[in-house]
Design a protein around this ligand. Sequence first.
Ligand code: C5J
Length: 223
Amino acid sequence: MLTIEINAEPEAIAIEIAKTAVVMIDMQRDFLEPGGFGESLGNDVSLLSAAIEPCKALLSAARQHGMLVIHTREGHLPDMSDAHKAKVERGDPGVRIGQMGSMGRILIRGEPGQDIIPDLYPQEGEYVIDKPGKGAFYATDLQSILQKNAIENLIVCGVTTEVCVHTTVREANDRGYRCIVPGDCCGSYIPEFHEVGLRMIKAQSGIFGWVTDSHTILTAISA
Ligand code: C5J
């Protein structure tokens, strides 16, 4: 079993490659592309695009080393039976989940905007999890996928740092997974939240996990 040591905060962590999965959270067109849902909410989507290249490099290394790769997409069934009223009925009534956006119905499964950006598109054999919530465990089969593949560690990337990445890391941490978060592979529309979100993960001896960057992980993998 190949074990690598990754420099991280609050401390370095040793992980077995075969027991580690890369989880790409919600790198979806509607969140990242100009003209999508994220931008229609008044966000500067370029703040998220900085994460694309580091994610691409990490994905490529993970694929090369046969690591388990899991992609998630936030979204709901076309009949919206899995969308809580409390989630749908917030924000500007003109820009809500299920309504028509510039890339199809907003956050509805199967619509172009709900899909993953071309740069990070899943390859055949990789898991793609459609999730109705912010966390990747809620109402999905992520836990059973991880158990089936004997996964103990997660490298969690994606957007947004303080929302879906954070919720997933917290859920995973409570389920006993070691979560390693490369900060440059994550992004937020609110830079301050990105910074604080990362600090929260590694604070108090790594209360939710470990924080590092893509270059450090790539160096450890190729060493
Ligand atoms: C949000 C997400 N921010 N993927 N979703 O609504 O973080």
